[in-house]
Unconditional design. Structure first.
Ligand code: GTB
Length: 218
């Protein structure tokens, strides 16, 4: 069965791997499943056709054999449950890898998004300079215990899992802030994820989409 994702026609990050279709592409590359991508403009994301796939009119979505899914956590878990390679076989390690996927999305990503918004969307607001130290501190409150937990381990639960995929996808958004540099083991963990062949293939595919969008006449 063909898998079809939706993604930005022209991603605001210029194809640097930050839009959330990247984590789904990465998971599909890890398990060796080919996929097609339907590219959407911002206008197309708010049409009835796309709202039927995604109630909030966002990307990415995932379609396969009549199943339509939204939310990257649910999509990556669906892929991981259906294929070998993204979750440990042992039931307890498997449950813990799933816990790390949720931790990435529910505990670590929110302050990172808050920081990204403060640095990008709210940069010109008069209150941003005063607020930034507080927002950076909230990110540190997640990085310090996570770095302590990871220690010198390569991955969170033995072999690479969907928990690592999601945690690394979330953490790499921090690179421009410099906060990862305070934790060399975390910076190395993120770099290990990015060095995986599956990550590289996913990155190249979404960069190619952006480059094609630039090559088209306006
Ligand atoms: N919780 C949902 C999930 O995980 O699937 C969040 C989905 C989401 O935020 N999608 C964004 C979207 O569709 C694109 S990825 N936004 C349009 C809208 O809401 O109308 C978020 C994103 C966008 C741009 C950058 N960037 O340029 O760096 C990074 C991340």
């Amino acid at each position: 069965m063909t898998i079809t994702l939706t993604a930005f026609e022209a991603s605001p990050d210029r194809g640097r791997g930050l839009a959330r279709d990247m984590r789904v592409r990465w998971a599909l590359e890890e398990v060796g499943r080919p996929y097609e991508v339907q590219l959407l403009s911002f206008e197309a994301m708010k049409t009835a056709e796309h709202l039927a796939r995604h109630p909030f009119g966002q990307i990415p979505t995932y379609e396969e054999d009549g199943l339509v899914l939204f939310e990257t956590g649910a999509i990556v878990l669906h892929i991981a449950h259906g294929h070998a390679g993204l979750l440990p076989e042992a039931p307890q390690a498997r449950a813990r890898a799933v816990a790390w996927l949720f931790a990435a999305l529910n505990t670590v990503e929110p302050p990172i998004l808050e920081l990204a918004n403060a640095r990008l969307l709210e940069a010109e607001q008069p209150w941003t300079a005063a607020r930034l130290p507080l927002v950076r501190d909230r990110v540190r409150q997640r990085l310090v215990p996570f770095a302590r937990h990871l220690g010198e381990a390569q991955w969170l639960e033995g072999d690479f899992s969907a928990g690592d995929l999601m945690m690394i996808s979330v953490l790499l958004r921090l690179r421009p802030s410099g906060l990862l540099d305070d934790h060399p083991t975390l910076a190395a963990y993120v770099a290990r994820g990015e060095a995986r062949g599956a990550y590289q293939r996913a990155f190249a595919a979404q960069l190619a989409v952006f480059e094609a969008s630039q090559a088209r006449p306006a």
